[in-house]
Design a protein around this ligand. Structure first.
Ligand SMILES: [Zn+2]
Length: 275
């Protein structure tokens, strides 16, 4: 079974409680523009929402008031560069500067908040280990995301032509998940339990979600920040296990299985025929 990608989950991932108002407005505007075409196409729509929100944030206008043609023009300019095989350097620069102005990146120390780090990861380019290698750097996720993002925006524009745009969807409410069994991360080769970094506990855990940050609290009240647990995948896993992410808290009786790769919509328990 697979469930659809859910836009409110992706919106929630971009909105930690400490997010500044200008960033909230940019995410709202991006979600409003993508909602009519959400869920279609690859790469993951979650990345498209992030890229569009940063593009809106980087405009000179107030995000809430940014007009659609201006946003589309900014995406089109960057997409033209991507389709010509170049990194969209102006968007990279302006996006990073806008996130720095919003307090999500410190150019002096190079530090990023968890929210800013989503953008850093989107900018990342694989480089050959040998500096003199003639192998070119790999394209960034940003570069690969822009063409399908522009296509999704075009589909949305067609779907909403002549209508008043609907307001942006509210972020999903889920913040706390009580798991009586283990939390298992499914990677391509294994399903490994999340353990407390301090005492090794791996049952009766509490998952906390705050934007992109996923925290696991053990019965001895230690907090662990497990690698590679993505907030959208956690919410999707909770949905697959039969709990309702529309509520602020959910309880999982037994194990919670979360994928760290592959189709975000797939039932994590079916990936390795678990449970
Ligand atoms: Zn512990």
């Amino acid at each position: 079974m697979s469930l659809p990608r859910v836009l409110p989950d992706a919106v929630a991932r971009l909105l930690p409680h400490a997010a500044p108002p200008r960033w909230r407005a940019a995410v709202d505007r991006a979600a409003q523009l993508l909602a009519p075409s959400w869920g279609d196409g690859d790469p993951p729509a979650e990345v498209g929402l992030l890229v569009l929100a940063v593009a809106v944030l980087a405009l000179d206008q107030e995000p809430a008031a940014a007009d659609t043609p201006t946003i589309l023009a900014a995406v089109a300019e960057a997409t033209d560069a991507a389709e010509a095989g170049r990194e969209p350097l102006p968007l990279r620069r302006r996006g990073t500067a806008a996130l720095a102005a919003a307090g999500q990146h410190d150019p002096t120390t190079g530090a990023w908040t968890p929210l800013g780090a989503l953008w850093r990861d989107v900018l990342h380019q694989w480089l050959p280990e040998v500096p003199t290698s003639d192998i070119p750097p790999a394209p960034s996720v940003l570069r690969e995301t822009l063409p399908p993002l522009r296509a999704a925006l075009a589909r949305s524009a067609t779907a909403t032509a002549g209508h008043t745009p609907a307001p942006a969807p509210e972020p999903s409410a889920l913040r706390t998940v009580f798991v009586s069994g283990m939390i298992r991360r499914v990677t391509p080769g294994a399903a490994l339990p999340v353990r407390c970094d301090t005492c090794g506990a791996h049952q009766d855990l509490i998952l906390r979600l705050d934007g992109p940050t996923v925290t696991v609290r053990c019965p001895n009240r230690h907090d662990t920040y497990p690698n590679r647990l993505d907030a959208v995948r956690v919410v999707q896993a909770v949905r697959h296990h039969g709990a309702d992410p529309a509520a602020p808290a959910a309880g999982i009786d037994g194990h919670l299985t979360v994928t760290v790769h592959g189709d975000v919509r797939a039932d994590p328990r079916r990936v390795f025929a678990l449970d």
